[in-house]
Design a binder for this molecule. Structure first.
Ligand SMILES: NC(=O)c1ccc[n+]([C@@H]2O[C@H](COP(=O)([O-])OP(=O)(O)OC[C@H]3O[C@@H](n4cnc5c(N)ncnc54)[C@H](OP(=O)(O)O)[C@@H]3O)[C@@H](O)[C@H]2O)c1
Length: 202
């Protein structure tokens, strides 16, 4: 598939590497395409990157996502958007504690189908789960079954077999995984920064 990766930062470039290694193609969308000539895929404007995309990966700074994408909402009509953002301020406090960026992004892009995933773990693990010595879990939230199936297939290609994927239900369930960010940021300084993830054990 062809993936529009929005952003040129850590998550965008790390996941693009995994997506390309899995045999897919990528175009990055950036505010400043001319400043990113060293990336491993073409870099164009955010709306330009959407052209021909089968899937959009939103890896913009999460707290800037709504302001950046709402004015160009029409350009997302018909697209599946995998959003991995955890919107927080500089003190790691959640910006939308009563709901979630995922829900707000779905409302801001009514013609798109938003799926929340890959927001509960470090980018390097998201792109390459075999960095960890044991299988761990990744979560999906979204209202559209076909959109979740498309995201699920990309996750499989990144190394997340379906049995490690947990479908939490509709996009409102992004509230739970985004709230997990608060715990995650408390945990990391204690256990150490680096590849880490959780697994559900029954
Ligand atoms: N870091 C992680 O391990 C991790 C894990 C899970 C989830 N996340 C989520 O992923 C998001 C991205 O993380 P990151 O580490 O990749 O951040 P990052 O390195 O700062 O990259 C964010 C990108 O967003 C774009 N951007 C920044 N400010 C913007 C603005 N005001 N308007 C529009 N675009 C803007 C920039 O791309 P251009 O300059 O090219 O436009 C920038 O490269 C985070 O906000 C976080 O919620 C991160």
């Amino acid at each position: 598939m062809h993936v529009a990766v929005l952003g040129t930062g850590h998550m965008a470039t790390t996941l693009a590497t995994g997506i390309i290694a899995a045999g897919h193609t990528v175009t990055f969308g950036s505010r400043n395409p001319d400043q990113h000539t060293d990336l491993e895929a073409p870099v164009v404007s955010v709306t330009g990157a959407l052209s021909g995309a089968d899937l959009v990966l939103n890896a913009l700074n999460a707290s800037a996502t709504l302001d950046a994408l709402t004015p160009v909402a029409d350009a997302f009509d018909g697209l599946v958007v995998l959003d991995l953002g955890n919107a927080a301020d500089e003190h790691f406090q959640l910006l939308y504690p009563a709901d979630s960026l995922g829900e707000r992004l779905q409302k801001a892009l009514p013609g798109a189908r938003v799926v929340k995933s890959l927001n509960t773990l470090p980018g390097e693990v998201a792109a390459n789960p075999s960095l960890l010595p044991e299988p761990t879990n990744v979560f999906l939230s979204g209202d559209d079954a076909d959109a979740k199936a498309l995201v699920s297939s990309l996750l499989v290609d990144l190394g997340w077999p379906v049995e490690q994927q947990i479908d939490l239900g509709g996009i409102q369930s992004a509230h739970a995984t985004e709230a997990f960010f608060a715990f995650f940021m408390g945990l990391m300084p204690i256990v150490g920064f680096g590849p880490i993830n959780i697994r559900i054990v029954r």
